[in-house]
Write a new protein. Structure first.
Length: 439
C-alpha cells in the first residue's frame, strides 16, 4: 500500500453509538465467563473492563469464572491454593468455580473442560452461591457458559450473550474435529442455546451472518471490541539503535517486528517463521520478537532453532501495567491468522495496536472481517494467508519507509478514537440494554 493510495477515514460511526452513555438499566448483574483477570490475553481483559465499567456506573456486578490459567494449561501459581472461592478485584466481586483445565488443545478436551465449568455452575446455582440476577451477561467462546446463563436469569430478567468466537466454525476451520457428527452437534447446541437468550452481541457483521447461517433467529447486535484510549496512547517511534555489545558491534536494527499474544493453532505462527526465514535471506537489520505463551510455544522454539533464525526471540507476556510500553516497543506488529478460522473471530489485539499508533501486517483473505476493517481504516496492511513472499515484501516495505509507518499509525489512532473508544462502545451497549428492558 503506497502513501498516495491511502484514503481518508470514512465519517461513519458505529451504529447507535453517537449519544452520551445512559444509566445502567439493572442495578444487579452477573457476568458468566471462563476468561477473566488476571489472565492477560484473549477475552479476559475485555471481560474485566466490562465488569469494572458496569460497577463504576452503579451496577452491582458479580463475575462467575474459573481459576486463571490461559494461555497455558496450568492454574496460575498464586491461585493453586486458592480456598476462599471469591475475591474483590477493582470493586468487582469475583466468584471462582473449580473446573477442569484443558491439558490438550483438542476440541474434545476443551468441550470436557467447558462441560465441567457448566456442572460447577449448576452446583453453585443449586447451593445458592450463584443466585438469579435481573441481568445476566454470558461470554462465548463457550456455548455451555451461555447455557448456564439461561438457567440463572431471573424470570422477568434479561440475558445477553456476547460472542467472541463461533466454536463450531473454529473447530472445523482448524481441523480440530474430525467427526462431522460432532460439528453438527456443536452447531445444534449453538443454535438451540442462542435462540433462548434475549440479545446476542457479536463483533462484526460477518459473525452475525455466520450465526444466521447456523439458524440463529434471535436479535443480534454488532458491538465491536473497545479499547481504553485514555490508557493506551502513542509514544514517539523508537529510535533505531545498535543492540549488540560494545566490543563486537552488531548490525544496527532498522526496525523491530513484534508479535504479542497466544501461541496457538488459530494464530498461524508458522507464517511468521517462514517470513522470518525469507527476511533473513534479504537483510540482517530487522529483529523479530514473539511475546506470549501457549500450547505451541515448545514447538515454536524448536522450529526457530531448526531454521537457524538468528534474529527471532521468544519472550513472556508483560504485566498489564506495561501494556502500552510493550506495544510501543514494536515498530511494526505482526498479526497472522489461519484463514479458515478468521471468519469466526477477530483478534482484539489489533485495536490496542492501533491505539498506540503502530502499524501492523496481517494475513487475511479478501472480504474477511480483517480485510473489510483495513478497507475502512486504511491503517494496516493485509496480505494473502500463507504467501511468504507477499508477507515479507509488505514487512520490508514498512521497514524501509518510516514516514509510511507513521502515517498508518496515525490513521489507526484516529480510527479507534472515532469508533472503538471504551466510552463510545460501552455507552452504546448500555443504550441497547435500555431498549431491551423497554420491550
Amino acid at each position: 500500500m503506497e502513501r498516495e493510495a491511502l484514503r481518508d477515514l470514512p465519517p461513519e460511526g458505529a451504529r447507535g453509538m453517537d449519544l452520551p452513555p445512559s444509566s445502567i438499566p439493572s442495578p444487579q448483574a452477573a457476568l458468566l465467563t471462563r476468561a477473566y483477570s488476571p489472565e492477560l490475553i484473549g477475552s479476559a481483559p475485555q471481560c474485566a473492563d466490562l465488569a469494572e465499567w458496569l460497577t463504576q456506573k452503579g451496577c452491582e456486578t458479580t463475575v462467575f469464572t474459573g481459576l486463571p490459567y490461559y494461555p497455558g494449561n496450568e492454574v496460575f501459581t498464586q491461585y493453586r491454593d486458592f480456598k476462599g472461592g471469591h475475591e474483590v478485584m477493582n470493586g468487582v466481586r469475583v466468584e471462582r468455580l473449580r473446573a477442569m483445565i484443558p491439558r490438550k488443545g483438542s476440541a474434545k478436551a476443551r468441550i470436557l473442560a467447558e462441560a465441567s465449568f457448566l456442572l460447577a455452575g449448576l452446583w453453585a446455582r443449586a447451593s445458592g452461591r450463584l443466585k438469579p440476577k435481573p441481568l445476566v451477561i454470558s461470554l462465548c467462546p463457550s456455548i455451555l457458559t451461555v447455557a448456564l446463563g439461561c438457567l440463572v436469569r431471573q424470570r422477568d430478567g434479561r440475558h445477553v450473550a456476547i460472542i467472541h468466537d463461533i466454536q463450531s466454525g473454529m473447530a472445523k476451520g482448524l481441523n480440530m474435529v474430525s467427526s462431522g457428527g460432532l460439528v453438527k452437534a456443536m452447531r445444534w447446541c449453538e443454535r438451540t442455546v442462542l435462540n433462548r437468550v434475549d440479545l446476542i452481541v457479536v463483533l462484526t457483521e460477518h459473525m452475525a451472518e455466520q450465526l444466521r447461517d447456523l439458524g440463529v433467529t434471535q436479535d443480534i447486535e454488532v458491538v465491536p471490541i473497545w479499547v481504553d484510549t485514555d490508557r493506551l496512547y502513542p509514544e514517539p517511534p523508537r529510535v533505531p539503535a545498535n543492540d549488540g555489545p560494545a566490543i563486537i558491534p552488531a548490525p544496527k536494527i532498522a526496525a523491530r517486528l513484534l508479535y504479542s499474544g497466544n501461541f496457538g493453532l488459530k494464530q498461524g505462527l508458522g507464517q511468521v517463521l517462514s517470513m522470518a526465514e525469507e527476511l533473513q535471506r534479504r537483510t540482517d537489520d530487522v529483529e523479530i520478537i514473539l511475546r506470549g505463551s501457549g500450547a505451541m510455544r515448545p514447538a515454536l522454539e524448536e522450529e526457530i532453532a531448526a531454521r537457524a533464525l538468528r534474529r527471532v526471540r521468544v519472550t513472556g507476556l508483560l504485566p498489564p501495567d506495561q501494556l502500552r510500553q510493550g506495544l510501543s516497543e514494536g515498530d511494526i506488529h505482526l498479526v497472522p491468522q489461519e484463514p479458515d478460522a478468521a471468519a469466526f473471530a477477530i483478534p482484539s489485539k489489533i485495536f490496542n495496536i492501533m491505539a498506540v499508533g503502530r502499524p501492523f501486517v496481517t494475513t487475511a483473505k479478501p472480504h474477511s472481517p480483517l480485510w473489510h476493517l483495513q478497507q475502512r481504516s486504511g491503517a494496516f496492511v493485509c496480505v494473502p494467508p500463507h504467501d511468504t513472499e507477499a508477507f515479507t515484501d509488505a514487512v520490508l516495505r514498512l521497514v524501509r519507509d518510516a514516514p509510511l509507518r507513521r502515517e498508518l499509525g496515525a490513521r489507526g489512532r484516529r480510527f479507534v478514537e472515532q469508533h472503538y473508544s471504551r466510552s463510545h462502545v460501552l455507552g452504546g451497549l448500555v443504550r441497547r440494554l435500555d431498549a431491551l428492558y423497554a420491550k
